[in-house]
Design a protein around this ligand. Sequence first.
Ligand code: ATR
Length: 286
Amino acid sequence: MTIDVDTKLVGLLGFPLGHSLSPVMHNRAFATLGLNFHYLPIQVSEAHLPTVAAGLACMNFAGYNVTIPHKIRIMAHLDAVDDLARVIGAVNTVVLHEGRATGYNTDGAGYVRALETEGGVTVEGRKVVVLGCGGAARAIAMTLAFRGVGALTLCNRTAEKAHALAADINSRVRPCCGVAPMEPAALEAALAGAEVLINTTSMGMHPQEDRLPLEAGLLHRDLVVSDIVYNPRETRLLREAAARGCRVVHGLGMLVYQGVEGFRRWTGQEAPVEVMFAALREKLGG
Ligand code: ATR
C-alpha cells in the first residue's frame, strides 16, 4: 500500500471506536481493485464532531462512515441529507464532493440487498414481521416501506416504541405498518401468512447465545428468517429456523452490503462483495 498525494481517504467517525470491521473490509476491497483509496478509523468526541466534519470537507477525503454516537448529530453538519436518511433520522455514510457533504443511510439498503441476495426474496408486496424497534430496526423498516413492502408488523418488548415507529412510517412513507404485542399468541397471528421474519433485537447476540427472540415453535417453513446479529455468525434463531426448513439470512450480509453501498458512492465502482465477506470472516475467525 502506498499513500501519496493522489490517495483518496475515507474515514470512520465514532466514539469510542473499539474494534471496527469496516477498515479491513474497505481496505481489502480498495487493494483488490487497485484503487488509490485508504480507509481510516477516526475517533472523535461529540464536542469535536463539528470541527472534524468541517475539516474533512476541506481535505483529500472522498467521504466517511458515521457510527455510534454520531449518526444523528452529524446531520446538522452536512450540506444535504437524502430523503431516506431524513426519515430514518440518522446518517451512516457521507459523500464529500468539492467541499460539499451529502449524508445517506445505507443500513436499510444494505440489509435489503442481503435479504434479496441470500434469502432469494424481493421485498415488494411481501408480508414482513420485524422483532425489535431500535436504531437498526428503524433503518430497516423505513427502507422496506420505501421499497414497497406489502405489510409490515413491528413487535417490541417496549410496545410504545413500536407504536411510535409504525405511526412515523405510516405518516411519512406509506400506510403499510402495524404493531403486534411481543407475546406468543400475537406473534403466531402475525406470523401466519408472513413471508419474512427479521430479528433486530440483541437476543442471541454474544454473550447471550442461548436466547431466542421468540418461541422456536412459532417458526414455519414458509418463512425466510433473517437475523442482523453476526456474532455468533449463526445465531440460535437461525439454527432453529434452518431445522424447520426455513431459508435463513445471516447478519454479516447487512454489514457487508451497507459497506458496498458506501464503496460505490465514494469510488464510483462496484465493490468486490466476496472479497469483503472474506475479509470479515477472516477477522471474525472461521
Ligand atoms: P440497535 O441499534 O442494534 O437496533 P438498540 O437501539 O439498542 O440496538 O435496540 C435494541 C433492540 O433490542 C430494542 O428493540 C430492544 O427492545 P426495547 O426497545 O424494549 O429495549 C431489544 N431488546 C434488547 N434486549 C432485549 C430483551 N432482553 N428482550 C427483548 N428485546 C430486547
